[in-house]
Design a protein around this ligand. Structure first.
Ligand code: SAJ
Length: 431
């Protein structure tokens, strides 16, 4: 084994984390649990202060485990200079899309500039932020070398995609980790470092392979969710229950993985990641038709959902204008509070634009966020009788679906929530 790989595999070293969000903070705690000293850096001083007060705002990190780490091996700071103490730096910053849905690498570039200033001989730098193939080579390496350090002699550079699935109880250390170095040695050194933190590490031949693998993972989801959404529209046109059809297909023990339709695709990964690949493909003059079609279907699903709701209002001989509508669930997926890129919000804002009066029940997201979106918040024990229709958009487990249906209004179930829970009611219509 290369001497540097041996160091990261066996010696005591310090991990630096740049970006302490839903990827960086769990990674910092996993590194602490594996016995490493950790310096966590974030540009948001107020956020660092809250974390140092032992207050975690990351759903998958409890205050108790944060406090325990702070009492032992974890230092959290807004002073980037502290990262000079690190032997390995893991970059875990956002990689969103810009206004025209093109890659926005501004956060990665800022983080890489932080690393440039503190890079020193015997440092590993690993980018974890989802990005297009080539980013690590083209942006991270030049900054880390900075004309003064040598690749494989002084520093090693790799890409290792984050794979956290918010709300799933899989711990960071238990999710297999891809690692692709910009050189063979960088792969070996990065894999050795990650093995101290993550149970299963899978080296690949280059950073670009790892970058592309991550995008394939999420493009696979976006395309299959898009297929499920298109099948939901077709099934409705044919007078069939798409949820029964999917459950029937899912009895096949091989060759079929069920994906389910919904009001659209939300979150900060699935709607975005495929666009990184499509953008890079255009440089190679390659048309990514599956990605583009999935995007078209998934972006149209909120309007399709709103149209189905308006049709049910019309069937009650009511105008959409002024009709009281209750939306259930505004986070982008069940049982988490994150409402970023939530399709539920797109459906409700479309109904609002058509004149409906929107109230929302979502005890997971909470009344403050509901009102921040301009909707009236309804509590679980609120009076539901005044609503002409209830729309289930995100099916949190904590909701009492039977009680909602028994309160009398028509229920439009965009998530298959009633079928999945075996609750049969005559006034529930499924997507
Ligand atoms: N959705 C559907 N139908 C489905 C599955 C999902 O409509 O059958 C919707 C969800 O409601 C949500 C969106 O798609 O709005 C994304 O769902 P998701 O389950 O992919 O959730 P994310 O984006 O929080 O997490 C994903 C990870 N998901 C899983 O592996 C299950 C994974 O793809 C990535 O590790 C993660 O994004 C990431 O950070 O890239």
């Amino acid at each position: 084994m290369h001497e540097a790989a041996g160091f990261y595999e066996n010696e005591a070293w310090t991990a630096g984390i740049v970006g302490l969000g839903y990827i960086g903070l769990p990674l910092a705690l996993a590194a602490c649990r594996s016995g490493l000293d950790v310096i966590g850096f974030d540009i948001d001083e107020a956020y660092i202060e809250r974390l140092n007060d032992g207050e975690s705002v990351i759903e998958d990190v409890s205050d108790a485990e944060l406090r325990s780490a702070l009492a032992s091996r974890l230092e959290l700071t807004a002073d980037a200079g502290r990262l000079r103490e690190a032997d390995a730096i893991f970059i875990c910053v956002p990689s969103p899309l810009g206004r025209n849905r093109e890659p926005d690498l501004s956060y990665i570039r800022s983080a890489v500039e932080v690393v440039r200033r503190v890079a020193h001989p015997r440092m590993l730098v690993s980018l974890e932020s989802t990005t297009y193939p080539g980013t690590t080579e083209e942006i991270v390496v030049p900054a880390v070398l900075d004309g003064r350090l040598r690749l494989d002699e002084d520093v090693w550079v790799a890409f290792s995609p984050e794979r956290v699935s918010p709300g799933d109880q899989l711990a960071t250390a238990d999710i297999p980790k891809l690692v692709g170095g910009v050189t063979e040695q960088s792969t070996a050194v990065a894999a050795a470092a990650y093995r101290r933190i993550i149970a299963s590490v899978h080296p690949v031949s280059s950073a670009a392979v790892a970058e592309m693998a991550k995008l394939l993972e999420n493009t696979y989801r976006a395309v299959n969710i898009g297929l499920a959404n298109e099948m939901s529209q077709l099934a409705h046109a044919l007078g069939l229950d798409i949820w029964e059809v999917i459950d029937a297909a899912a009895t096949k023990p091989f060759g079929f993985q069920p994906f389910y339709p919904g009001p659209g695709v939300g979150g900060h990964c699935i709607p975005l990641d495929p666009q990184f690949l499509a953008w890079r493909a255009r440089e190679a003059k390659f048309a990514t038709r599956f990605i583009d079609l999935a995007e078209e279907v998934n972006l149209s699903q909120p309007i399709y959902t709103a149209r189905r709701v308006m049709s049910l209002i019309n069937q009650q001989r009511l105008p959409v204008y002024g009709t009281e509508v209750l939306g259930v669930g505004i986070s982008y997926k069940a049982n988490i509070a994150d409402d970023r890129e939530s399709a539920s919000l797109e459906v409700l804002h479309e109904l609002e634009a058509q004149g409906a009066v929107i109230s929302v029940l979502d005890p997971v997201v909470g009344e403050e966020r509901i009102e921040a979106h301009g909707f009236t918040a309804v509590s679980m024990d609120g009076d539901l009788s005044g609503f002409a229709i209830v729309v289930v958009l995100t099916d949190h487990d904590v909701i009492d679906y039977a009680a909602i249906a028994d309160a009398g209004p028509i229920v439009f179930d965009a998530r298959g929530a009633y079928r999945r829970r075996g609750i049969a009611r005559g006034n529930v219509v499924a997507l």
